[in-house]
Design a protein around this ligand. Structure first.
Ligand SMILES: Nc1nc2c(c(=O)[nH]1)N[C@H]1C(S)=C(S)[C@@H](COP(=O)(O)OP(=O)(O)OC[C@H]3O[C@@H](n4cnc5c(=O)[nH]c(N)nc54)[C@H](O)[C@@H]3O)O[C@H]1N2
Ligand SMILES: Nc1nc2c(c(=O)[nH]1)N[C@H]1C(S)=C(S)[C@@H](COP(=O)(O)OP(=O)(O)OC[C@H]3O[C@@H](n4cnc5c(=O)[nH]c(N)nc54)[C@H](O)[C@@H]3O)O[C@H]1N2
Ligand code: SF4
Ligand SMILES: [Mo]
Length: 713
């Protein structure tokens, strides 16, 4: 029942440990577990069995000794007095958050019995719900997926973040591949596109600063003048969801001005003539009108991009949260090949590096354990549409097991999600650190260990280093690691496949191809001794083509899309919610709202940590002074933002960082910690993207008024 013991972590070198330490103090190597591209290497100081400091490893090439404000506070989060430290059973109504403590054995027996009863009718009536609360191989999808696969539960389509972008870049470049983030330091031009790295990709921003010091020009492409945009040399501010139009407009100018690398295009791309024909329609004037920028800005940006070497693009997920998200990524990802930017090690584009790691997901999560695999596996439920699924899936979802996620807070269209979770006939188990919005709906709430209390190994999507997380302290209270809980449930339910008894180390061994030459012969022991490990990558991976597409070329035109009856070329797919596409809705709800992450939170994690909540103060939104004046909204007034899906409250700040007609509302508060009991997702839509079945959080029209007295709902 106790987590398996792990050998002592490798000795931390003097340079990292900062010299002589008191005898009772030790430093343990960790990895940041959060859903952040930076996956920092941590040095955790433990004194007398207690964590007293969490710092960044100064020797790690991307962490470079710095952590964000959030994870610097990881000890505060771990020792938070409100940690869930014992298994609990619901005593109040659903959502009330009233529980009684029970023992682990009783909790696991009850849960196993309930899941078995549902499975006896149809295991597809069981649904796991998880995302990237931890990105670790062990406490993430290793043992958990194996358990649900073997059970025959419904599959969860884990789409809430990145699948539109993954689809877009997959069709164009062939996978989640691109530049090494460390190379950005040598670029002469960096386009920071749909990304606010000072908030959400801090360690990339430090490489961009290095480049600036060496003379690089930084350009932000973002509808909002973010902290990042304000610090760039130039800022181009297109309307949300118009990036494909902007990219096509840039192509128009690049082609018209003869700035295309004809040799690279001829040898390493597919479909140039068709792409050129499409770009021909995107004159700077039409682009400008669509994107809400100046035609001269389009020309100037194209010429800068077409004449500066090396030219790098940091594309990020902010660009793919509207209806046309995947096409936007397809269009932007076509630019580097057009100008031959891939020829330079410091040129090209990075969205995610996850396709550059030798991962073996099939061996890790074992889809082959599913009944009916591969021809007729259990059905799939899209996590973005969990509200609708809980309210109407056929066959119905009768049991839900949530881990590493807080869907009630983070999923769009909250009123539907809350109604689904509130179903009295739904059996819900939540593995959590805290009584989140989701935990309040649990029938059984199980205490999970934090990163300081368990073992794990981490991949990354923003650089090329794997990292180990050794447990720094024993589990607090009765907390248990996720993997341990799923192993225990499997045993109780008589699921006796050896894959369900695998040790933590075995799960890690299964998650990656250790024989891949990119690991240079390292094994898990070597990784644990060093703490982290670089996965080798070519300096300029596509200088001579060799894209992982079917053709081996950068596919401006995709036969795979054509074969599905879809447009083979990237195009501008307009937002679902705009004056042009939904005039009636736009008349009632005239403001376009985006809800990017707040700097001091990580999605909905850290919202309950006092120092970080104090830094954010309260849910806030930024509005243009003229839009505010029209509605009689004073600077600092509490406002209500609403549409026909719901309403939430936020403190309005007048701001010239947003243009007229746009509102920026910071995400993602817990509903219950927000005034009126609703966060921004009360108004967001559960509609999906053009490709990749992703969410459209930033494709959302609202109206705003001074908050009326009483509840927001
Ligand atoms: N502090 C902090 N860091 C985080 C997170 C967090 O919650 N807090 N979340 C993590 C996660 S899960 C993710 S996925 C990443 C997300 O981080 P990013 O990929 O950087 O995405 P966002 O923060 O959603 O948006 C970044 C910028 O995109 C802009 N934007 C919005 N819509 C559009 C558009 O249509 N076009 C363009 N060009 N720009 C647009 C926003 O104004 C914002 O400034 O960050 C990770 N890091
Ligand atoms: N309006 C709006 N909504 C958004 C977004 C947005 O930009 N705007 N961003 C979206 C994006 S990009 C994402 S990725 C999703 C993120 O959504 P989620 O992946 O649900 O992320 P979090 O809200 O951080 O919730 C993670 C939960 O996992 C728990 N956890 C962490 N580690 C462990 C562990 O080891 N064991 C267990 N059992 N639990 C653990 C944490 O306590 C936390 O409550 O939100 C999306 N929602
Ligand atoms: S959240 Fe990101 S920046 Fe902060 S410590 Fe973790 S990986 Fe590093
Ligand atoms: Mo995300």
């Amino acid at each position: 029942m106790t987590p398996e013991p792990h050998p002592a972590p490798g000795a931390v070198p003097e340079s990292a440990s900062g010299g002589v330490r008191p005898a009772a103090e030790r430093i343990v190597r960790g990895a940041c577990p959060h859903d952040c591209p930076d996956t920092c290497a941590l040095l955790v100081t433990v004194r007398d069995g207690r964590v007293v400091d969490v710092a960044g490893d100064p020797d790690h090439p991307t962490t470079r000794g710095a952590l964000c404000a959030k994870v610097s506070r990881y000890a505060e989060r771990t020792y938070h007095p409100e940690r869930v430290l014992r298994p609990m059973r619901r005593v109040g109504r659903k959502g009330e958050g009233r529980f009684e403590p029970i023992g682990w054995d009783e909790a696991l027996d009850d849960i196993a019995a309930r899941l078995a009863a549902v499975a006896a009718c149809d295991p597809q009536r069981i649904l796991p719900y998880s995302y990237a609360g931890t990105m670790g191989w062990v406490q993430g999808e290793g043992m958990a997926s194996r358990f649900f696969h073997k059970l025959g539960a419904s599959q969860l389509d884990r789409t809430i973040c990145a699948t539109a972008g993954a689809a877009g870049i997959g069709f164009t470049l062939g996978g989640q591949v691109g530049m090494d983030v460390e190379r950005f330091a040598d670029a002469k031009l960096i386009l920071i596109w749909g990304s606010n790295p000072i908030t959400s990709n801090l360690h990339f921003w430090r490489f961009a600063q290095d480049a600036r010091r060496r003379g690089a020009t930084l350009v932000a492409i973002d509808p909002y003048r973010s902290e990042t945009a304000a610090r760039c040399h130039r800022h181009v501010a297109p309307w949300p969801g118009t990036d494909a139009a902007l990219a096509l407009g840039l192509m128009h100018v690049l082609i018209a001005d003869g700035l295309v690398d004809r040799d690279y295009v001829a040898r390493h791309t597919l479909g140039f003539d068709e792409l050129a024909a499409r770009a021909a329609r995107w004159t700077p004037e039409r682009t400008a009108a669509t994107c809400g920028v100046g035609a001269d800005e389009v020309r100037a940006l194209a010429r800068l991009y077409g004449t500066t070497r090396p030219a790098a693009i940091r594309l990020n997920y902010g660009v793919q949260r509207t209806h046309g998200g995947a096409n936007a990524v397809r269009a932007v990802a076509s630019l580097p090949a057009l100008v031959g930017a891939w020829r330079d090690p410091a040129g090209g584009l990075l969205l995610s590096s996850s396709g550059m790691l030798p991962l073996t997901p099939q061996r890790h999560t074992r889809p082959d354990l599913m009944p009916g695999w591969p021809a007729r596996p259990p059905r799939t439920i899209n996590m973005v549409r969990i509200g609708d699924a809980l309210l109407g899936a056929d066959p119905p979802i009768e049991a839900l097991v949530v881990y590493n996620s807080n869907p009630v807070a983070v999923a769009p269209d909250s009123e539907r999600v809350v109604a689904g979770f509130a179903r009295e006939d739904l059996f819900t188990v939540v593995l959590e650190h805290f009584r989140t919005d989701t935990a309040d709906y649990a029938d059984y709430l199980l205490p999970a260990t934090t990163q300081l209390e368990h073992f794990d190994v981490h991949r990354t999507y923003g650089h090329l280093y794997l990292a180990v997380n050794e447990p720094a302290i024993a589990p607090l209270g009765e907390a248990r690691p996720n993997a341990d809980v799923f192993r225990a449930l499997a045993r109780r339910m008589g699921l006796d496949d050896p894959a369900l008894a695998a040790s933590d180390e075995d799960i890690v061994r299964d998650a990656i191809d250790w024989n891949d030459p990119r690991l240079g012969g390292a094994d898990l022991a070597a990784l644990r001794a060093r703490g982290w490990l670089r996965v080798a990558a070519a300096a300029a991976p596509f200088a001579d083509g060799g894209f992982p597409t079917p053709s081996g070329k950068c596919e401006f035109a995709s036969d795979r899309l054509a074969a599905r009856g879809l447009d083979p070329l990237p195009d501008w797919v307009p937002p679902r919610e705009s004056a042009a596409t939904a005039p009636e809705r736009a008349r009632r709800y005239p403001l376009a709202m985006i809800s990017p992450p707040a700097r001091n939170f990580l999605n909905s994690t850290f919202v309950n940590v006092p120092s970080l909540r104090a830094a954010e103060r309260e849910p806030a939104c930024e509005v243009h002074p003229d839009d505010a004046a029209e509605r009689g909204i004073a600077d600092g007034a509490m406002v209500e933002l609403f549409n026909d899906r719901g309403a939430f409250r936020a403190r309005a700040r007048h701001s010239d960082r947003v243009r007229r007609g746009l509102v920026v509302a910071w995400s993602t508060w817990w509903h219950k910690l927000a005034p009126g009991g609703r966060n921004v997702n009360a108004v967001t839509s559960a509609a999906l993207t053009d490709l990749g079945r992703g969410p459209t959080f930033y494709d959302c029209l609202v109206q705003m008024r001074v908050a009326p007295p009483g509840d927001a709902r």
